[in-house]
Every structure is written in structure tokens, then in C-alpha cells.
Ligand binder design. Structure first.
Ligand code: ADP
Ligand code: MG
Length: 339
């Protein structure tokens, strides 16, 4: 059971001018699953490498249960890392792959056998001890890699895009498997992904990373419904921002043009007829997605993205429509970009 404190970490790689992590701080509660969501190059893997000891920070500290781990050997820190590729030893069978860490620690073969069995039950693949790792499907390989990571009872589990190379169906199934195991064991976990849906489904809290800094940290629900900043809102799939100009906001007695209002795509209505709180627009795209229809509408010089669940109207390209921004769904965001 581990509380993790990351304190003012700075990291610049040799021969690089810009820092990868800037004054990076984060506390993770015991047993918590925190998802790191960020575009490629935002520093997610670097942070995990600093925690495991593959890389060293230029300054700052990393503490497990209030003691620094920076001077502890990487393999004694109790932080295990699992990647997109499972990197199982191809010449070893499943049992020897999972039991590897215990063997290194000098555990007896009876204990290893029992622990491997317990792990295989946990990941839902009992009885595959003797299978060669080359005979596993992608999803099975990742389950075995998870078992291998967990068999030594790590203090902290680090998952670096572990599901990114899997098909959607396997991926969604493994999201549930990992989340359930993580809850059952109560192991403190960082889950790195660039998939918003995955981050929301998996985590207790989400950290949104951009250029080595956390732009927001909160529960998936809070970030989804009410992101506080423009940057966080964009991360969460919001693409429509109304500044001082649009009539809707002006009606709301907004005098300051610094104020930015956001609205989620699924709260915007696209309709044939005008009504209160609506603006005229021209349809540039209308895509049928089965459960919902996605619209791109040119309104007042910008493109508004909307999403309406079925039944929803289809419009041809160029159709004249009205776009409604229901007042109750507008929320104010801080525009740090202009600050
Ligand atoms: P992410 O995992 O979010 O995609 P990384 O932490 O891997 O991001 O990389 C962050 C930035 O640091 C990138 O610009 C990357 O090119 C750079 N970087 C990563 N590893 C090294 C390294 N060993 N040497 C120099 N630059 C690196
Ligand atoms: Mg990475």
C-alpha cells in the first residue's frame, strides 16, 4: 500500500534545449488509479522512467510513503512498468515468464508455482502455465505481462499505453480486467494513455499533460462536465468556444470579452427551424455514426462541431440550418492562452 509524492520534478534530456518536465508535482493516494492523458511527446513516458529509475531527474524528488526513492536501486524501488509490447521472454513458457521476478528474489519453486497459479487465476487464464509465450494472442500476452508485473506485489504499478496495440474489442475487455484487478489488489497505479475514453473508463483521477505540465487534474466526471480551462476543455473533446461576440453570450449580459464559454458537442442542437438561443449556419458535414449523427456547421465564420443521438436529422452539405446553444449547458472556462 503506497502513497506516491512527486515533488517539483525537472528533467531536460542531454543535448535538448527544452525541458521535458517542468516543476512537475503530483500526489497519488494509496490504492488510487491515476490516468495520464496527453499527446505524444508530452513527457508521459519520461515521468514513468524517472519513477522506475531508468532516468534521473535534474531536480525534485519522488517519494513512496514519504521517503525518497531516488537513491534506491531501480530494481529495488518496487515500481514495475508494463509497456505496449509485452516483452515476454519468447524462449520461456508462461510459468517461467510470470515467475521470473520471484526467482530473481530467490523464492522456492513451490512458492513460485503457487504464486503463478494465483496470478493466472487473477488474469482469467488458468492452466496455461506450460504454453510458450510465442503462442499467446496479443491480449493474452498483455494479461501475462500484467501477471508478471504484479507477482512481486509491487508498491506502484506503471502502465505505459499497455492496450494501444490491441483491437477495440480486446482492448475494452482488458480495460475491465485491469481495472478490476487493480481494485481487488488495491495497488497504486499510474495508467498512461492517449485515449480519452480509456482514461475516463479506467481512472479515479485523470491528469491532463501538455508539454511536461499538468493542465488539469480531477475526476473523469468533473473534467468531462466542467473542465475549468480552455486547454482542459479541448482535451475533453470540447471544440466550441463562444467569446464575447455570439449573440447567446451577449444576451447573458456578458460585457467582458475575456470571458470564454464552452459547450460540449452533444449539447449543441442542429435543426431546420430557428428558435430562441439559435444562430443560422451552413452544414459542411453530416456523418451518420449509427448511435448518433455528427455535424460540422459553419456558424459566424467558425466551424461548430455537434453530436446528436438518434433519432437525429440528416442534412445535405450546404443546407441552411439553425444551431442552438442551450444556455443551461454553457460553462465558463479560463482562457489561460490569452492571459
Ligand atoms: P510521451 O511518452 O508523452 O510521448 P516522452 O516522455 O517519451 O513523451 O518524450 C517527451 C519528449 O522527450 C519528446 O520530445 C521526446 O522526443 C524527448 N525524449 C524522450 N526520450 C529522450 C531521450 N532519451 N533523449 C532525448 N530526448 C528524449
Ligand atoms: Mg510514451
Amino acid at each position: 500500500m503506497t502513497t506516491v509524492n512527486i515533488i517539483s520534478l525537472n528533467k531536460t534530456y542531454p543535448n535538448q534545449s527544452a525541458p521535458v518536465l517542468k516543476d512537475f508535482s503530483l500526489s497519488i493516494h494509496d490504492g488510487e488509479m491515476v490516468a495520464f492523458l496527453g499527446p505524444s511527446g508530452s513527457g508521459k513516458s519520461t515521468l514513468l522512467k524517472l519513477i522506475t529509475g531508468i532516468e534521473r531527474p535534474d531536480s525534485g524528488d519522488i517519494q513512496f510513503d514519504d521517503s525518497s526513492i531516488l537513491n534506491i536501486d531501480p530494481n529495488k524501488r518496487g515500481a514495475v512498468l508494463m509497456f505496449q509490447k509485452s516483452y515476454l521472454f519468447p524462449f520461456l513458457n508462461v510459468e517461467d515468464n510470470i515467475g521470473f521476478g520471484l526467482k530473481v528474489q530467490g523464492a522456492s519453486s513451490q512458492i513460485i508455482h503457487a504464486e503463478v497459479k494465483r496470478m493466472l487465476n487473477l488474469i482469467g487464464l488458468p492452466g496455461i502455465e506450460k504454453r510458450k509465450s510465442g503462442q499467446l494472442s496479443g491480449g493474452e500476452g498483455q494479461r501475462v505481462a500484467l501477471a508478471r508485473a504484479l507477482v512481486t506485489n509491487p508498491k506502484l504499478l506503471l502502465l505505459d499505453e499497455p492496450l494501444s496495440s490491441l483491437d477495440t474489442e480486446v482492448r475494452i475487455n482488458l480495460q475491465e480486467v485491469i481495472r478490476n484487478i487493480q481494485r481487488e489488489l488495491g495497488v497504486t497505479t499510474i495508467f498512461v494513455t492517449h485515449d480519452l475514453g480509456e482514461a475516463m473508463a479506467m481512472s479515479d483521477r485523470m491528469a491532463l499533460l501538455l508539454n511536461g505540465e499538468i493542465v488539469a487534474l480531477d475526476t473523469p466526471e468533473n473534467l468531462f462536465h466542467r473542465p475549468r480551462s480552455l486547454a482542459a476543455a479541448k482535451f475533453m473533446g470540447v471544440s466550441t468556444f463562444l467569446s464575447g461576440d455570439p449573440l447567446i453570450v451577449q444576451k447573458e449580459a456578458c460585457s467582458s470579452s475575456d470571458k470564454v464559454f464552452a459547450i460540449r458537442p452533444e449539447h449543441i442542437r442542429v435543426q431546420k427551424d430557428t428558435c430562441d438561443q439559435s444562430m443560422p449556419g451552413v452544414v459542411s458535414d453530416c456523418v451518420f455514426r449509427g448511435e448518433y449523427v455528427e455535424y460540422l456547421v459553419a456558424v459566424d465564420g467558425t466551424h461548430v462541431r455537434a453530436r446528436m443521438s438518434m433519432p437525429a436529422p440528416m442534412f445535405p452539405h450546404g443546407a441552411q440550418v439553425f444551431v442552438k446553444f442551450p444556455r443551461e449547458h454553457l460553462f465558463e472556462v479560463q482562457n489561460q492562452e490569452s492571459a
